[in-house]
Ligand binder design. Structure first.
Ligand SMILES: *Cc1c(COP(=O)(O)O)cnc(C)c1O
Length: 383
């Protein structure tokens, strides 16, 4: 019997034209930040309704610069979610501020805005929501809350390229909106990120912070009034992004199809009686996700061997899965800042049970059935 090939939880697709474009950059004599970065920023700006956009070396760099632009530093508090990649909280610490984790909505797995409202203090300067799996928050409520308390909003939209709120693309409105083009994201530069800002002045400030804070003062002069970092994107990476962007619509459509196939098969299976929680379905009004990931939450506490046992069983079936993410406030470092177990019950339960199933555009419809059969068999065998 021949085994089907291993199915990873995600796989980037880089087409031949993009590979040729990268080769051209490499042969051109200019591989640092240059015309390809400018062209990439211009395409992104078009995507976000003409708002100013600057590209960076990563989504983490982008968030760090966003916090600097918002003037956040020592003594300040930033409210964020615990179900996220470590970067979201780490950039707050890097900026000298204090991350204030609040619990998530158990249905959307995103920052609970009522919990955020309750956590606001006189030191709170910003809200830093994450759109997990590319599902936006209720953006009207988010911005109403920020406005009522005079807070900046830094959107960690790392996973949310092409997601929408009431038909408007995330990034085309709002305050500071950060995206990542890391290898696993829906559109990639291998590594990279971009920040959507509010004005030409803010874009210029972001540009300065991106490269040491140095400005040119004539043909042979330089000055620096504020130290920046080393956060610029190379033309090699920008060429990858430029090759990816034309596929955005097809990528989003295919991901939605695969998510539909998951809902369809889950609805015909005994997922519910097994205690497997599904993500909230796509809607055409309100928050419309981009299906960056399809994630279930397992009843990990009732499974012999927990989530790891399910992952091992699926791996033995040739299926890769991922964990995005354990609750960040339970990492040793954040515990050392005083965060305790039991502080955020929904985040802790989801952090123990969340599992990312394979979903990428080149997957075949039949792969979804194979994944679901393996998942449910593993749970049945271990519950
Ligand atoms: C990917 C990601 C980041 C960081 O992006 P990098 O480009 O890897 O630095 C931050 N937050 C979230 C939610 C992410 O998924």
């Amino acid at each position: 019997m021949s085994h089907p090939p291993f199915l990873p939880f995600t796989r980037p697709h880089v087409d031949a034209a993009t590979i040729a474009a990268v080769s051209e950059v490499l042969a051109s004599g200019w591989i640092a930040s240059g015309p390809k970065v400018a062209a990439f920023e211009s395409c992104l700006s078009d995507l976000f309704g003409g708002r100013p956009v600057r590209a960076f070396s990563s989504g983490t760099a982008t968030l760090e610069v966003a916090l600097r632009l918002a003037g956040i530093g020592p003594g300040d508090e930033v409210i964020t979610t615990s179900i996220t990649w470590a970067a979201t909280a780490n950039v707050i610490v890097a900026g000298g501020a204090r991350p204030v984790f609040v619990d998530v909505d158990p249905r959307t797995r995103n920052l609970d805005l009522a919990a955020a409202a309750a956590a606001i203090t006189p030191r709170t300067r910003a809200l830093l929501p994450v759109y997990l799996a590319g599902l936006p928050l209720d953006m009207d409520r988010l911005y109403a809350l920020a406005k009522a308390h005079g807070l900046r909003v830094i959107e960690d939209a790392a996973q949310a390229l092409d997601a929408r709120w009431n038909g408007k693309r995330i990034g085309s409105f709002g305050d500071l909106v950060s995206f990542s083009f890391q290898a696993n994201k829906n559109i990639t530069c291998a590594e990279g990120g971009c920040l959507v800002v509010n004005s030409a002045a803010e874009a210029e400030h972001a540009e300065r912070l991106r490269l040491q804070g140095v400005v040119r003062t004539g043909p042979d002069g330089m000055d620096m009034v504020e130290p920046g970092g080393k956060f610029n994107l190379s033309d090699i990476n920008a060429a990858i992004g430029l090759g990816q962007l034309p596929h955005l619509q097809a990528v989003t459509r295919r991901r939605a199809e695969l998510a539909c196939a998951y809902f369809d098969i889950a609805g015909r299976s005994d997922a519910e009686s097994l205690g497997i929680e599904l993500p909230p379905p796509s809607s055409t009004t309100g928050a419309l996700g981009n299906w960056h990931m399809f994630q279930v939450v397992l009843p990990a506490d009732r499974i012999a061997g927990g989530r790891a046992a399910v992952m091992n069983a699926m791996r033995a079936d040739g299926i890769g899965t991922g964990v995005h993410y354990p609750a960040v406030h339970r990492y040793t470092y954040y515990r050392s800042l005083g965060w305790r177990d039991g502080a955020l019950p929904h985040a802790e339960r989801i952090g123990r049970g969340i599992l990312t199933l394979p979903l990428f555009p080149a997957m075949r419809d039949g792969d979804v059935e194979r994944v679901w059969a393996s998942l449910t068999a593993a749970c049945k065998g271990l519950l």
